[in-house]
Ligand binder design. Structure first.
Ligand code: SF4
Length: 84
């Protein structure tokens, strides 16, 4: 005797959309590395408030370097670490 197994296939076409993993990019300041921290100090190539410029900053190193901000900077630049 045949036992007709009638399985009701109730496979609904569920579009199993994978939840977009919200990759929270928590790579703020740590991922910057030591090579470029200009953004961190909001360095700009032009003078800052009240005419503050790198050439008048205590961290300025002639001709175009700085002890705070890495890389090449402009004597006429400025960043938030400016100090007389
Ligand atoms: S600390 Fe900022 S303002 Fe001072 S020299 Fe470096 S980049 Fe310029």
């Amino acid at each position: 005797m045949k036992s007709s197994v009638s399985r009701g296939r109730a496979l609904k076409g569920l579009a199993a959309l994978p939840f977009a993993a919200l990759a929270v990019s928590a790579t703020l300041s740590t991922a910057q590395g030591a090579t470029d921290n200009k953004k961190q100090f909001k360095y700009q190539d032009k003078p800052g408030p009240k005419g503050q410029i790198c050439a008048g900053c205590r961290f300025f190193r002639k001709p175009n370097a700085c002890t705070i901000v890495h890389g090449k900077i402009s004597p006429n630049g400025w960043c938030i670490a400016w100090a007389k």
